[in-house]
Design a protein around this ligand. Structure first.
Ligand code: PBG
Length: 336
């Protein structure tokens, strides 16, 4: 909640630098604390075994085959990271206009979920609900007559959420921005008795140019025709984000997300103030690429900008952050 300042103090009786003079004092007055408990680690998975392929536009990030993903999840668990989020690079041969591979119970995502829950049962597993990794049009929903069809897509998303839950995923995270998806998914999950499965809704997701490294990573950029502006939000809008979040809470979302992160911290603050529900932001691929790319050139200190930006998310009102830097941050936080 925003504070009202009634006493401001006057220089020289008041010197704001006094509290900042010593490290112990700065620690004592710190308003926000970033912890490993605030992190969700998004991971790209690919077919094969013992395979690791670098994502060109995301230095330091690799696509992992399921066996290596399981090892990575163990490392995350050992560092105290509460949850991972799985994103698949799907074999282009399985992509169709209806994205049916999304609800094949034997698909790459489901195999990754099952393997990680078997080997590392105590880490939370989130997965996306959206058709873009499986759809030959590269869109999050089914395209017909040049338009991403809302209600038809809902049926596919529901089926996808069910197979992912059956594979063992703890959190379904719909990132598709179709209207009514949270209600449809909640109803289907409850109908099958999955009353404990959580829904983290990508509630205020903007049509952003910061997603392009992600689309390279999952191999959907080549397929994508046009843009996603008919379903993802216009970055000019802020009130509309509150409507989106409000709808999703009413429809049954347990947690809500704002995406991208850094250029949208004003939205995070409004959402947290208005609703007070568990609120997350996604430090997306393009944000990672900016910071990490500059660090590769020696222009920024990666460790420092990572912790600074993640603390900024917390200061804005986030309960947690999805970040490709989760492992690095966990290590840094553990040693501070
Ligand atoms: C797709 C999805 C996207 C991201 C997460 N889920 C990209 C998009 O909407 O095109 C972006 C994540 C990132 O950029 O790191 N449903």
């Amino acid at each position: 909640m925003s504070k009202r300042f009634t006493t401001l103090g006057r220089f020289p009786t008041t010197r704001l630098r006094r509290n900042r003079r010593e490290d112990w004092s700065r620690r004592l007055v710190a308003e926000t604390r970033l912890s490993v408990d605030d992190l969700i680690w998004p991971v790209f998975v690919q077919e094969g075994s013992n395979r690791r392929t670098p994502v060109g536009s995301m230095p330091g990030v690799d696509r992992l085959s399921v066996d290596l993903f399981v090892e990575a999840a163990k490392q995350a668990r050992d560092l105290g990271v509460p949850a991972v989020a799985i994103f698949p690079e799907t074999d282009p041969k399985t992509k169709t206009p209806d994205g049916r591979e999304a609800y094949n119970p034997g698909n790459l995502v489901c195999r990754a979920i099952a393997a990680v829950k078997k080997a590392v049962p105590d880490i939370g597993v989130a997965c996306d609900v959206a058709l873009d990794p499986f759809n030959s049009d590269g869109h999050d929903g089914i395209v017909r007559d040049g338009y991403v069809q809302n209600d038809e897509t809902l049926d596919a998303l529901v089926k996808q959420a069910i197979v992912q839950t059956e594979a063992g995923a703890d959190i379904q995270a719909p990132s598709d921005m179709m209207d009514g998806r949270i209600a449809a998914i909640r109803k289907a999950l409850d109908g099958k008795g999955y009353i404990h499965t959580q829904i983290m809704s990508y509630a205020a997701k903007y049509a952003s140019a910061f997603y392009s490294p992600f689309r390279d990573a999952i191999g959907s950029s080549g397929a994508l025709k046009g843009d996603k502006k008919t379903y993802q939000m216009d970055y000019a809008n802020s009130d509309e984000a509150l409507r989106e979040v409000g709808f999703d809470i009413e429809e049954g979302a347990d947690m809500v997300m704002v995406k991208p992160g850094l250029p949208y911290l004003d939205i995070v603050r409004r959402v947290k103030d208005a609703f007070g529900v568990p609120t997350y932001a996604y430090q997306v691929s393009g944000e990672y690429a900016m910071l990490r790319g500059a660090a590769e050139h020696g222009w920024l200190d990666w460790d420092k900008v990572l912790i600074e930006t993640l603390t900024g998310f917390k200061r804005a009102g986030c309960d947690g952050i999805l970040t490709y830097g989760a492992i690095d941050a966990a290590k840094l936080l553990g040693t501070r």
